[in-house]
Design a protein around this ligand. Structure first.
Ligand code: ZN
Length: 254
């Protein structure tokens, strides 16, 4: 079973003690590719360093909405030129924590959408309690290749995203009990779905509260399989192909 981990933060200090061992274990346990996602200058640079050390790790560059006040266009433009950068992200809006002013978040999100378009790179969107505003800014700028990471909206919102030709990525939060996301998983076509852990965050149900790692991606895959009435192998294979096409083929990285 080949697995594509589309969103992890392996550069975070949570992995300082065992980073290289963990990565080796991932690659010997069926994980074929990992995308390490940046949230600011330092983490994007750290992701690039990891990607330089491991052939099957790729990186992204962006300022997360929490970091929007620190945004510098020139830095993203420069980092995005690196041959192992496969997306601009994660960027978007977070009206749950509001760590940067909302108007700044919106401006910085829009600027990074334009960079993704300009460079022909996919866009990884972080949207927390800002569904309407994210959709409004995206629709106005209409980038081609978009994934809503750690999807947290309802079915209607998911259908809007799919209708625009965009994609949805699920994390371990779909394994939590009494979850309204089950309907979204059931009804969204599998060829528009990616899987991710968002490690070190969002450990799936049996490990909830602990440090997450890409090794736990199988829980996300198993949950999608259970909801859709497929085998985990089928879910792994289709989401793998989706992610290869979106992040690697379209960007000329394979
Ligand atoms: Zn993330």
């Amino acid at each position: 079973m080949k697995i594509f981990e589309t969103h992890a933060h392996l550069d975070f200090p949570d992995f300082n003690k065992d980073r290289n061992n963990l990565i080796q274990t991932c690659f010997s346990s069926g994980i074929e590719y990992i995308i390490n996602v940046g949230i600011d200058k330092n983490t994007s640079e750290a992701g690039i360093r990891l990607a330089e050390n491991y052939e099957n790790i790729f990186a992204t560059a962006a300022y997360h909405p929490h970091e929007a006040v620190h945004y510098q266009r020139e830095i993203i433009l420069q980092l995005a030129k690196h041959p192992k950068i496969v997306a601009i992200g994660e960027t978007g809006l977070d009206f749950y924590r509001d760590r940067s002013p909302r108007e700044t978040q919106k401006k910085v999100f829009e600027e990074q959408i334009l960079i993704a378009k300009e460079l022909g790179l996919p866009l990884i969107v972080h949207d927390r309690q800002a569904h309407r505003e994210c959709l409004e800014i995206l629709t106005r700028n209409n980038p081609e290749n978009v994934v809503f990471h750690c999807f947290s909206g309802d079915l209607g919102f998911a259908e809007d995203i799919i209708a625009h030709g965009w994609n949805i990525s699920f994390t371990g939060n779909i394994t939590y009990k009494n979850n309204p996301l089950e309907d979204v998983v059931r009804l969204i076509p599998l060829d528009r779905i990616f899987v991710e852990t968002d490690s070190p965050f969002l450990a799936p149900q049996p490990l909830r509260g602990k440090r997450n790692s890409p090794l736990n991606l199988r829980y996300v895959i198993e949950k999608i399989a259970e909801i859709k009435g497929l085998t985990p192998k089928q879910v792994a294979e289709i989401t793998f192909n989706n992610a290869v096409e979106f992040f690697l083929s379209k960007t000329g990285r394979t």
